[in-house]
Write a protein that binds this ligand. Sequence first.
Ligand SMILES: [Zn+2]
Length: 222
Amino acid sequence: MKVKSSKPKATSQSRNIRKGLDSSNGEIMAPAAIQDIEPTVRKLLSQLGENPDRNGLQETPRRVAKALTYLTQGYHQDIDTLLNDALFPIQYDEMVIVKDIDFYSLCEHHLLPFFGKCHVGYIPRKHVVGLSKIPRVVDMFSRRLQVQERLTVQIAHTIQEKLNPHGVGVVMEARHLCMSMRGVEKQNTVAVTSEMLGVFRRQQQTRDEFLKLIRQRGVDAD
Ligand SMILES: [Zn+2]
C-alpha cells in the first residue's frame, strides 16, 4: 500500500502553525502590562459613547485589561514546559481518546468568544502523555486570538510532533458569538472542524472508530 505522508508541506504558514505562531511573519511580542492596556480600554469606552467615569464603568478598564491578558496567555506558554515529565513509555497501541474538552477562545476577526468541545484521539507509538495534559494543550492554543480551523490544526500537529504517535485526530465543535449575536437566524449554528494525521488520515477504519467513540454518550452524560 502506498502510504501518503501526513507531514504538512513546509510552507512558512505550516511551519508557523507547527511552531505555534499565529501569523506568518512575526514572533509573538511580550504582552503589555495591565496598567498599560487600561487607558486603551478607557478610550474605547469613550469612543463607544459611554462615560468611563460613571459608577459602573470606573473599574471596567482594569477588569477588561486583566481579562484579555488572561484570555491570551497562551501566546506566552511553552509547550515543552507544559508537557514536562508527563510522557510515559508504554506498550499500548490502542486508541486513546480525551473527549468533550471544554474550550474558550477569541475569534481574531471580532475579538468575540467562540467556545465548545474539543475531542482528541491518538494511537501511541512508544509514549503516552498524562491525560490531564491534553486539555492543557487545548487551553494553550485556545487562549490566543484564533480562527477555529487553525486552532484545530495547531492542537493536532503539536501532539503529533511531541508524542510521535501513529496518528492523531482532533475534532472541534464550537459556537461563535460573532455569528450568533449578530445574525438572528444563526443563533444555534455550530461550526465543526477536524484535523486527521497519520493513521487517522490514512485508514478510514481508524477514523471511523474515532468518530464513533466521540459520539458515544459519556459516563456522566445527562
Ligand atoms: Zn468572528
